[in-house]
Structure formats: structure tokens, C-alpha cells
Design a protein around this ligand. Sequence first.
Ligand code: HEM
Ligand code: HEM
Length: 186
Amino acid sequence: MKPKGDQERYGIVAQGFHWLTLGLVAAMFAIAWYMTGLPLGPEKVKVYNLHKSIGVVIFTITLLRLAWRQLSPPPPSGMNGLERFAARASHVLLYLLLLLQPSVGILHSWTANFPVVVFGLFTIPSLMAPSEALKKIFAAIHYWQSWTILGLVALHASAALRHHFLLRNDVLQRMLPIVPRRRRTR
Ligand code: HEM
Ligand code: HEM
């Protein structure tokens, strides 16, 4: 497997970013749903800090991933018309949400007057004054954005599985570290 992709498939680095992101985003939902139900106390603070830290990692690797994408562009899409537009639009939205969701989480923490401590190593200095009104707005955005991410990922994964199992082309295989066996046409 080459680090950079080619005309046929994503390279191993882009694939690594993609599947690592899936793992981290899944962990974020599990942690989030667990932490919000915890009673106030040191355990809650610990788990919130873990959620925030992994969120900062997701933001950082998304920036690195977008930079890498400039050096190693994705293989050309073989899809046409509406399908190609839908695939591109959903990828742009997913990238946007991977940056927006952590950003809004940070704004929420700042305005709620809670520090953003990353793995106990350093604190992201707050750039906003505490505000009850803004805190509520950011919490609501964070909440609704999380459901948007879930919905979009469900659509995105179903589309990939449809290509693989129903249309029987190589769309899923080119994001996997195995030799494509199928036609490139979609
Ligand atoms: C891609 C990254 C992230 C995802 C997918 C995500 C997802 C979630 C979800 C699903 C919830 C539960 C919402 C609810 O049921 O009320 C939540 C809550 C929360 N998240 Fe995140 N989050 C991310 C990043 C961050 C970051 C970077 C921070 C802060 C630095 C953060 C701070 C919070 C806080 C403080 C809550 C609790 C909100 C409340 O109690 O109302 N999140 N997050
Ligand atoms: C089971 C879950 C998933 C499957 C089966 C899957 C599958 C795929 C496949 C096959 C591609 C390549 C599409 C193409 O060549 O046109 C792709 C691209 C992409 N996926 Fe996923 N994915 C999953 C989860 C996720 C998650 C959780 C995210 C982010 C939240 C995500 C974000 C993206 C993005 C942004 C691209 C575009 C990559 C680029 O061209 O730069 N995926 N995915």
C-alpha cells in the first residue's frame, strides 16, 4: 500500500485518517451519552475532560487530513450527475461538521466557565467571557449538530454499503487496504 493514493484508490494515510475518525467519533457519542447521565462529582469532570480532549484530537486530525488531501487528492469519482453531487456535498458537510462540532463544544465550555484541559497536559486559554445565554445557545447547537452528524454518517455508510452489496462496484474497496477486484465504473 502506498502512502499516497492513485487513480484507483485512497492511499493508506487517507484511509488511516478515515477509519481513525470513525473510531473516535463513535467513542465520542458513547462517552457523551454516558457522561451527561452521571451525577455531579469528580467522575463526571474526568469523563467530560476525556470527551473534550478527544474532541480536540478530532479537530486537529481533520485539519491534518485536509492538508494531506491537498498533497494526495482522492481518486476521481466514477459517479455521475446527482449521485456525484450528493457524495461530494455529504463529504464537504462531514468535514465541516468535524471542525464545527469541536469548535462549538469549546465555545460552550468557555461560556459555561469550564476550562478545556487536553488530556491533563495543557489548557486551551478561554477567549470568551462566561455567559448563561450564550452557553445555552452553544449547548443547543452542539446537541443538534450531534444528531446531524449521526444522520449524515448513517446515510453515508448506507450509500457505501449499497455500492458494495447492491451495485457491486469498488467504492467501498477503494477506502479499504485490499486489492480492488471490481470494475471502477459505478
Ligand atoms: C466531533 C467531536 C464531538 C462530538 C461528536 C460530540 C458529541 C457530543 C454529544 C453527542 C453530546 C451529548 C449531547 C446531549 O445529549 O446533551 C455532547 C455533549 C457535550 N460536549 Fe461534545 N462532542 C464533540 C466535541 C466536543 C468538544 C471538543 C468539546 C469541548 C471542548 C465538547 C463539549 C461538550 C460538553 C461540555 C457537552 C455537555 C453538554 C451538556 O451537558 O449540555 N464536545 N457532545
Ligand atoms: C461504517 C462507516 C463508514 C463507511 C462504510 C464509510 C465509507 C466511506 C467510503 C467508501 C468513502 C469513499 C467514497 C468515495 O470514494 O467516493 C468514504 C469517504 C469519506 N468518509 Fe466515510 N465511511 C464511514 C464512516 C465515516 C465517518 C464516521 C465519517 C466522519 C464523520 C466519514 C467521513 C468521510 C469523508 C469526509 C469522506 C470523503 C473523503 C475524501 O474524499 O476526502 N465516514 N467513506
